[in-house]
Design a protein around this ligand. Structure first.
Ligand SMILES: Cc1cc2nc3c(=O)[nH]c(=O)nc-3n(C[C@H](O)[C@H](O)[C@H](O)COP(=O)(O)OP(=O)(O)OC[C@H]3O[C@@H](n4cnc5c(N)ncnc54)[C@H](O)[C@@H]3O)c2cc1C
Length: 386
């Protein structure tokens, strides 16, 4: 079957959905509220499951060319700089780090510009047995299907799932920045403190993404100088952390509270002809580096379901059946990881630190691979050729 779809949101999830739908012959219009299609200046990693999903969408090679091997999950340091675990150098590396704008740009370039309407803030939805309707501040659009990929504060979720509470803050905040620094990929690392962590992720073109995750008592607390707020929280940490902060212009420091739906996972991602996708469906903490990866997986499964049946409602029911258990499992695991890293007991942290120091990198790699197999081993359904 081919038909027409409106995609709400031109983030990674919305663009991936547009690419998948176009690949199976659907006519797609993307509605984006911002005046321009773009991504903010920060970084992200993508794991093998997401890279395979990008392959299924036909953009895997271009995405890989924009990424850098990501070592932070196997280069673990303590705040003084000592290595708890040191990644073996050389050999293939399963994870890639990206500047968000680069990965987003790969997806945007795969969607014809005339299919994306910017400055279109979606304000309402309606549907009947044949069509779904999307209202913006200026126009109304109708199509066989609507994919709402409008992010963590989704308007679609709020309007169409009125009984679902909003994503909740759980005392977790993150600062992010891009430093102008030349750092070898294998110097990427994660520094683990008692109740905070500092991620270092070298990117292409002499840029290094960093992120500090820490506890916060209240949401929406902002500082006149956000870089100084970071510095205070890592005052006696090792030199690389301070080198990165020094090389980051103050106005490039972003501060973001983490919220998710761990307290109230959605009972379904689908309402008739309207499907939620990405953070709109399953907002998650960054602790497994999987939020965007799950959105890309969603897009492939949605397109595969629509390629196989003539009935959009049947296809969406299948999308919900296949995506919800996995995406909510990942969101729950990410929440637990974040909770353990920032709010876990001191005894557990000491045990982890001791175990890491005693393990060889080879044993650590084997144990991690086993633990991550279900997450990283995901195989996308094949989409019909272009
Ligand atoms: C600190 C941090 C680190 C992260 N690290 C990683 C990582 O390493 N790896 C990873 O895979 N994920 C990571 N994530 C998660 C990832 O950023 C998100 O999961 C991903 O961006 C979600 O994409 P999306 O398209 O669903 O939503 P978004 O990126 O939020 O896009 C939503 C789009 O919809 C538009 N929109 C919203 N409302 C409307 C409306 N009413 N009308 C029209 N348009 C609208 C917005 O302008 C936006 O363009 C991280 C997240 C955070 C906070």
């Amino acid at each position: 079957m081919s038909g027409s779809a409106i995609v709400v949101g031109a983030g990674i999830g919305g663009l991936a959905a547009a690419i998948g739908l176009r690949r199976i012959g659907w006519d797609v219009t993307v509605l984006e509220r911002s005046p321009e299609v773009g991504e903010i200046g920060a970084g992200m990693s993508q794991a093998p499951n997401a890279l395979r999903a990008l392959d299924a969408l036909g953009v895997g090679d271009r995405a890989r060319a924009a990424g850098t091997p990501f070592f932070a999950t196997t280069n673990l340091r303590d705040p003084s700089g000592g290595h708890l675990m040191r990644a073996p150098s050389g050999g293939p590396h399963p994870l890639l780090g990206f500047h968000r704008a680069d990965l987003h740009g790969v997806l945007r370039d795969a969607v014809p510009p005339e299919s994306i309407r910017t400055g279109m803030k979606v304000t309402g939805f309606a549907q009947n047995a044949e069509q779904a309707e999307v209202q913006t501040e200026s126009e109304t659009f109708s199509a066989d299907l609507v994919v709402a990929a409008d992010g963590v504060h989704s308007t679609a979720r709020r309007l169409l799932w009125p009984d679902t509470p909003d994503p909740a803050f759980w005392n977790y905040t993150v600062w992010r920045g891009i430093a102008d620094l030349d750092l070898a990929a294998n110097e990427g690392c994660m520094t683990l403190g008692a109740d905070r962590y500092f991620l270092t992720m070298p990117l292409t073109r002499s840029r290094v993404y960093w992120a500090l995750g820490a506890q916060a008592e209240a949401p929406r607390v902002r500082y006149p100088d956000e870089r100084e707020a970071v510095r205070e929280r890592v005052a006696d940490w090792h030199g690389l952390v301070h080198g990165l902060l020094d090389a980051t212009p103050v106005d490039r420091v972003l501060h973001h509270d983490i919220t998710d739906l761990d307290h109230a996972p959605l009972p379904t991602f689908v309402n008739g002809r309207i499907a939620l996708l990405g953070d709109a469906a399953h907002p998650m903490s960054p602790d497994l580096g999987q939020g965007a990866g799950m959105a890309i997986e969603d897009a492939v499964v949605l397109a595969a379901a629509l390629a196989e049946t003539r009935d959009a409602v049947t296809a969406l029911a299948r999308y919900d059946r296949e995506r919800r258990p996995r995406a909510q499992w990942v969101a729950k695991a990410a929440h637990k990881n974040g909770h353990d890293a920032l709010m876990g007991s001191a005894l557990n942290r000491r045990l982890l630190s001791l175990t890491l120091r005693l393990m060889t990198p080879a044993v650590f790699a084997k144990v991690s691979a086993q633990a991550l197999d279900r997450l990283w081993g995901w195989q996308p359904p094949a989409l019909p050729g272009r």
